[in-house]
Structure formats: structure tokens, C-alpha cells
Design a binder for this molecule. Sequence first.
Ligand code: RVP
Length: 495
Amino acid sequence: AREHELPLGLTYDDVLLLPGETDVNPSAADTGSWVSRRIRVAVPLLSAAMDTVTEGRMAIAMARQGGLGVLHRNLSIEDQAQQVDLVKRSEAGMVSHPVTTTADATLGEVDALCGRYRISGLPVVDDENRLIGIVTNRDLRFETDMDRRVAEVMTRMPLVTGPVGISADDAMALLAQHKVEKLPLVDDAGRLRGLITVKDFTKSEKYPLATKDDAGRLRVAAAIGFFDDAWKRAMALVEAGVDAIVVDTANGHARGVLEMVARLKADPVCAHVDVIGGNVATRAGAQSLVEAGADGVKVGVGPGSICTTRVVAGVGVPQVSAIMEAARACKPAGVPVIGDGGLQYSGDIAKALVAGADTVMLGSLLAGCEESPGDLVFINGKQFKQYRGMGSLGAAQSRGKARSYSKDRYFQGDVSDDKFVPEGVEGQVPYRGPLSAVAYQLVGGLRQSMFYVGAATVPQLQDKGQFVRITAAGLKESHPHDIQMTVEAPNYSSK
Ligand code: RVP
């Protein structure tokens, strides 16, 4: 290409949003948006499919806050499907397939199940799924012999139960009247058909924005590749009840990725699951995914805080331009855009939306949360959590002798570790406390953006928002300057 024809690539730090006439109240701004054709979120934030960001616990927390978690795929198919299951069972108006136990199980087994699913008790069923009793924390509390059988301690029928299809109000009334915490739902034959718990009612009051499916269960997405056993993985995730599958690679404009998207879309098994493809950074890349049938397009080649693709391969597009280009293909087709990676501050969320994204995906901003995988480390009295790229050597080696699913994200298949070419690094981020507090600041920043721009909804923000390009001096002026910062704000820290 000749020099004068070269397009310009801009990123978050190159632009600001113009303030506009407004009567929008920040707290009343509606931040609702679309992740994919059929998945709506109240808060336009996704947690990254990375092994230091999103496992079951983070996915539950994200959905409760009104966003969506994308479970990473650097683990076995069974483990990933189990994480989907964990989210889908975690909280709902009603649990339609409650975790159960049997009369001859040991108390130790019950205890392990309760711990794994973070629940306080289990209905006991016979081999035809007929309800015969219930075993709860209270039955276990004073037990020392964990080899005892459930049959010896459970509360037997008759129990307080409800009919299938009972209304929320009637269920609550029954729970209150009998002072019990769990209401098993049974059909005429006495078979267990569901479970309603007091805890779920309190949670739905506590998390009014939660992202839920039609049955009231929390939503969750999960990443797959396109190679080897990816299809098997997809089927296991669908079986476990996943809401969206993300064909998650470093180059979504590759034939194998497009074929995987098309194949998933064509399979009736996936009829109720949205398929998201990525990542791309050009209009043509986005167009190919749209043509393959993707319900959502994920954008970002190289913007990630831990990503070295742009220096290792010399490839990428600064993220604001990448989103703008991808949106030119996606918008006319009605396919939502996810702006993935490169966000450092809450202000970058509104910039991404104005560029044409419908939601954003966050890695480094969430890796420091309580709910992200990994332990806290103390360094000089400060607390940190590990954060690493999925293309880092650490992520590639993490399965030990088993297969690393991280390598094929970078199209390097099953090479040995010493032949792997990393496109990411390993590091750490400051500990940030629970996701609820972090999300509050991020969404709060977005609400302020909407107020300044004069946008009451995300579509209005996308429509009315206008960029001004800034210089290095402008960027310097944007950050605190010419002072010595003595106290860090919850939403600002110096680098
Ligand atoms: P960030 O939020 O800037 O930390 O970026 C997170 C994103 O970076 C991820 O969602 C993913 O698209 C990308 N990523 C993950 N691993 C790597 C890598 O090793 N290069 N990049």
C-alpha cells in the first residue's frame, strides 16, 4: 500500500467524547444492551474467557450484576461443562433440576455436593426420582460420623411440598406458613420436578438486574475452539445448558473458525443457543462472521493488556478503529458487537459503545476481583492477583502433561511447550475486592458518560456520541497532572 492510502488506527487514549446538551440523570440512564441476537443484559459488561478471570464463581457474580461471564476453555470438557452446570443451578426463581441425593449416600457425599454447589441441603429421591425426604445443614451440623447414611438422618416424607407450576407468591406463603426454607415441587406421581428456596427469593430481590433465561436461571456463556475435540466440547456445553457459545480464537477470520460458527448455527441441537464468533478487527473479518451466521461478533486483535500479538506478529488494529470497522458490517445485519480488550478505565466503556460496540469484554479490569480464579499474593504489604494472557507460556503449560487448549487459540495446535510461540505475558493486578464494588464503579462511570453526552439509553449513546481526537498533550491533561497523588480513588489508580 502507498503511504498516502494508509488508514489511521485510533484507540481509546486517542479520543474523547464531546459533552452535549443533556437532561439525563445519571442514575436513571438505561445501560441495557445486547450481547448477541437473543441475549440482553442490563449492564453491557462481559468477563473475559481467561483462566485468571472467568470460572463458575465469576460467571455467577457477573450474571447477578446484570452482565455475563464467558467461561474459559483451558480445562477439560467435563470441567467446563460442570462450571456451566454450577451457574445454571446457582440461583433461580425455581431450580428445575435440583441437585439430589439418595437414601444410601453417605453424609460425607452430601457435604461434598453442598460445598461444590454452595447449597444448604438436598432433596432425597429413590431410583425413580420420587421424593422420599430432605437432608439439610441442620441434619449434618452435629454429626461426627460422616460415613453414616442419609436414610438415618434425613427428614422423611410427609414434607411440605408444592405442585408443579405454583406461583412465586403461593410458594413464598407456604414457606412462611411452615417456617421452612426449601419447597420441593412434586407431580401427581410424587416425582421431584423442582425446588424453590427462600434464599432464591432473597437473591432475586438483591440482584434485580440479574441476567436470566426464560426459566429464571442465571445466564452463562462459554468458550470453545474450532479444532480437534471442539465440537464435542460444544455439545457438552449445550447439554449442560449454556446460553451462548463463543468460538474464541485470536483470528476469527480463519476458515476453521467460520466453519465452526456455521456448523453450530446449522445444528438443531444449538437452536436455543447463541453463537458468537471472534476475534476480528476489520470490516471484512466481521462480514465473514456475519455471513457464517454468527449471533454476535467479538472484536479485538492485539488490544489486550497482556497481549503481545502486535509486537510478536506485527498484526492488529487499534481498538476504537477496529470496533468502528467491524460495526460497519455488523450493524446493518443486526448483529451485536462485543469490544474485547484494551479497556483501562470506565470511560473506555462509553468510547467503545460510541465506536459501535454493544457490549465490552474485560480482562485486566476484573482479574483483581475476589471472584476471579487464583489466590491473593502479598507483595510489600499490598495484595495482588495473578493475571495472564491465554497466549502466554504459563497458560499454554497449565495442563501439565495434558493437552493445553490455550495453544489452539493461537492456531498452534498441539505443539510441545518449547516450540510454542507465545502471544501473551503473565503478570498481576492489584486486588480489587468483590465484583459488585468493581462493577458499580464501571457502570457508574458509564452512567456519567451518558449524562455528559445526553443519552438516556445505549442506542442513544451510540447515536449521539461524537469523538474528538486528542494529542499526547491532551492525554496528559486528561489524567491527574502536576500534582502528587496522595490518595487513589476506587476508580482511578496511577500506572
Ligand atoms: P484486557 O481487558 O485488556 O486485559 O484484555 C482482555 C482480552 O485480551 C481477552 O478478552 C482476550 O481477547 C485477549 N487475550 C487473552 N489472552 C491474550 C493473550 O495471551 N494474547 N489476549
